[in-house]
Ligand binder design. Structure first.
Ligand code: ZN
Length: 436
């Protein structure tokens, strides 16, 4: 709403001057301000992949982003060809997107791959809507200014990590040349530079600066940053009547919420007075707060499916905790409830993952619909009706039209067959199978 008001007077001026700009899809998510999220999940023989990137509807940006993803992906597929370890290799891309002054669109891709080692790469894209061109460092900094920037970055890190900065690597990667500083995004009030893993330090690092602190290096002015509006407390959740003596199953939907398909699944659940559990990604949650609130208000359960859908068993304990905690907090911010159940991506868990779950239940599944593979409602419905038994936890993904369609058929069918459709937590509470 607010945006329409902001944009309108400019739009009129633009139309008058004969220059027309495409409208952007803007979001409330503070880390994904623009673009529609495209997600792709694949389970191959020896590796897993999860790729999220924005569709901006800006040809130059979308082409550049997709070309970069393809480059990394092709290389990964080549590198993983002879991999035969039991632990699956992994390819993961996540993104952030920012809009400044309704003019500059920035995207940061984080590319993570795990074959024998874990590697993380960062790529950024900045686009000027007025000029219809991608922005390079030289468009906003001249050579002198890059030297000033390099000085600032060097002293910033030296103050904080004096011991780690005394290396040739640090000196070389802070020297004032373009390629050391060409990974950046323009946020509303500041510019952020990224230094990937293995450049300045073993771990990746960032340097942020308000535009005014760069001594007019950039003719970009700070904008006021909108605060993320907290949502009202959620009250009046429906009372459920679950009969522990009757059969019950739990439908579960992973990897969402999806702005395209989740609402249709919620509609079907509501129509038949059924409940389900949605294992959402922290990275998607902020983008669709209204869907999360609806889930809770209509008696469904929200589970934690981690922030960025990495295979937890390949991460350090610290990183596993980050994945879980960030998601718990995102969900809490929106719904005022912490999830009680966690589903590790790909169902992959070990002792460290269990430890990091800190008493929350780690939930996998007992019936895999393989909806990500078949993308056909009829096949999915038939598979579930053939295999389903009392106490099942049924795995689906609210990422596909076929899954939404299958859910709307399955919900009444399963009820006709006598199953109560309950959340995972209710299944654990009421089903004799889980009472130990
Ligand atoms: Zn998943």
């Amino acid at each position: 709403m607010k945006l329409t008001r902001l944009v309108c007077p400019f739009l009129c001026l633009l139309l008058l001057s004969g220059c027309q700009r495409e409208s952007l899809t803007e979001n409330k998510d503070p880390k994904r301000e623009v673009g529609v999220t495209r997600q792709d999940l694949n389970y191959k023989g020896t590796y897993l992949e999860s790729i999220s990137y924005p569709d901006l509807d800006i040809k130059k940006m979308d082409d550049a982003i997709q070309k970069t993803i393809k480059k990394y992906h092709d290389k990964f597929v080549k590198d993983v060809r002879n991999y035969k370890e039991e632990r699956k290799a992994e390819f993961n891309i996540g993104y952030e997107s920012y809009l400044k002054s309704n003019r500059y669109v920035s995207v940061k891709l984080t590319i993570y791959q795990s074959i024998y080692q874990q590697n993380e790469y960062i790529e950024t894209f900045v686009y000027d809507r007025d000029k219809d061109s991608l922005v390079t460092l030289y468009d906003i900094f001249d050579e002198d200014k890059i030297t000033q920037l390099a000085d600032k970055v060097t002293s910033y890190f030296k103050e904080r990590f004096p011991d780690e900065c005394n290396t040739n690597r640090f000196r070389s990667f802070t020297s004032p040349v373009e390629e050391n500083y060409n990974r950046f995004v323009l946020k509303k009030d500041r510019i952020v530079f990224y230094f990937p893993q293995g450049t300045l330090f073993d771990e990746s690092a960032t340097y942020e600066s308000g535009y005014q602190d760069l001594e007019d290096a950039v003719s970009l002015e700070n904008e006021s940053v909108p605060t993320y509006v907290p949502y009202e407390d959620i009250l009046n959740e429906p009372v459920k009547n679950i009969d522990p003596k009757k059969p019950m199953v739990a439908l579960t939907f992973d990897d969402g919420p999806s702005k395209r398909y989740t609402a249709a699944i919620l509609d079907a659940l509501k129509e038949y007075n059924a409940s389900a559990t949605f294992f959402v990604l922290g990275s998607n949650a902020n983008n669709a707060p209204e869907l999360l609130q609806r889930m809770v208000l209509e008696g469904n359960e929200i589970g934690n499916h981690t922030f960025s859908h990495k295979q937890l068993t390949t991460l350090s304990k610290e990183n596993i905790e980050e994945e879980i905690v960030a998601t718990q907090e995102s969900i809490y911010d929106i719904t005022h409830k912490y999830p009680n159940v966690i589903r590790p991506p790909y169902g992959s868990k070990n002792d460290t993952v269990m430890e990091c779950a800190k008493g929350k239940k780690l939930v996998t599944w007992t019936l895999d619909t393989r909806d990500w593979h078949d993308r056909n409602a009829k096949v999915i419905v038939e598979r579930v009706l053939k295999e389903v038994k009392d106490g099942d936890i049924i795995l689906m993904h609210d990422l596909y039209a076929s899954t939404a369609q299958a859910a709307s058929i399955l919900i009444p069918k399963l009820q006709e067959e006598g199953y109560q459709l309950v959340t995972v937590s209710d299944l654990y509470t009421y089903h004799p199978k889980y009472q130990k």
